[in-house]
Write a protein that binds this ligand. Structure first.
Ligand code: NAD
Length: 311
């Protein structure tokens, strides 16, 4: 099948591309390389098509028309809560105008399905403790601008399905980590701390370190995106159901690396939810998916790969 992967040169995108090739799909990466890198997909270059293009542009529509894809995996985004709080305009432009441009293209070309990267850590907002792990029936209630664009995206997908019959699956991802994640961005604590340990630099924790997230290994996520081309509808959470605090992440990387890195607490980030754990019952039922990498194993694999890569 012909599959467009928007944001295919990014962290998650590069792993999705690898998984699609394993399953013998014809892959078209569309990326503007604003945060993605060609080196992320260099090993796949002989087997894929790579097009540099902004998803918000008219050019995207023309390119998609020439490809006429069966499926679109839509990952391209402004992907940081912190950036969305500083620059809500950029966030809306990329995440909402970009989405609508892609949806219109899917409608025009009668695509079979769009699989979208939603964010399980932000679209539900701060949920009461008894609602953890979060299930998909909870109301969407973002508390950051990034969460708001991801939450609104899910509503757009619902309405495109309702009005135009465009099939979709919105995978609400936990905190994805693994090799190739950008350690210099404003999110991705595993990548940032791994880099600090490798370079013996100070790790900074926003707040007291008690904020929890549901960490999922990139290869598990990539597998789910490819499964969702043919199975699964509506929102599906992709998590482990396990909460890990930022302090625990620091400690686990310390053990995996066998090194120390100085630690400093700084002011908490605005718009951050306090606790996240995502139920994967629907993912098991509809996709037949469950995570295969536990956090200890994933952290070890990430540290080894990034040390070798020399980040
Ligand atoms: N990493 C996580 O933990 C996580 C969690 C939940 C959801 N997500 C979502 O998953 C997707 C991928 O995230 P990631 O961590 O790989 O981020 P990333 O920044 O590595 O990847 C995003 C990709 O989109 C591309 N891009 C950005 N704006 C574009 C535009 N206007 N036109 C074309 N390409 C553009 C970038 O160049 C990059 O390659 C995003 O939609 C993100 O919101 C990520």
């Amino acid at each position: 099948m012909k599959v467009i992967v928007t944001g295919g040169a990014g962290f998650i995108g590069s792993h999705v591309v690898g998984e699609l090739l394993e399953k013998k799909h014809e892959v078209y990466v569309i990326d503007d390389f604003s945060s993605g890198k060609l080196e992320n997909i260099s090993e796949y270059l002989p087997f894929i098509n790579v097009i540099c293009c902004d998803i918000t542009s008219c050019e995207y529509r023309k390119i998609a028309k020439r490809i006429c894809p069966d499926y679109v995996i839509h990952l391209a985004a402004q992907a940081s809560v912190a950036v969305s709080q500083k620059d809500p305009f950029l966030d809306v432009k990329t995440n909402l105008l970009g989405l609508v441009n892609i949806l219109e293209s899917c409608r025009e070309l009668s695509c079979k399905k769009i699989v979208f990267a939603a964010s399980g850590g932000t679209i539900y907002g701060d949920v009461p403790e008894d609602n953890l792990p979060i299930t998909e029936d909870l109301p969407l209630k973002a508390c950051s601008f990034y969460g708001l664009t991801k939450m609104t995206s899910v509503h757009y997908l619902e309405l495109y399905k309702k009005h135009f019959g465009l099939d979709y699956c919105a995978l609400a991802l936990g905190n994805v980590y693994g090799p190739k994640q950008d350690p210099y961005g404003e999110s991705g604590v595993v990548a940032i701390f791994t880099n600090k340990f490798i370079n013996n630099e100070e790790c900074r924790i926003n707040g007291d370190g008690s904020v929890t997230r549901d960490y999922v290994y990139c290869k598990d996520i990539a597998r789910a995106f490819v499964m969702a081309l043919e199975k699964g509808h509506g929102i599906i959470n992709l998590g482990t159901g396990v909460e890990t605090s930022v302090t625990q992440v620091y400690e686990m990387i310390k053990i995996a690396s066998g090194r120390t890195a100085p630690l400093r607490h700084v002011a908490p980030l605005p718009g951050e939810v306090k606790r996240v754990a995502l139920s994967n019952s629907k993912a098991k039922l509809e996709l037949g998916w469950e995570p295969q990498f536990d956090f200890n194993n994933g952290i070890k694999l990430t540290y080894e790969a990034e040390e070798k890569r020399g980040i």
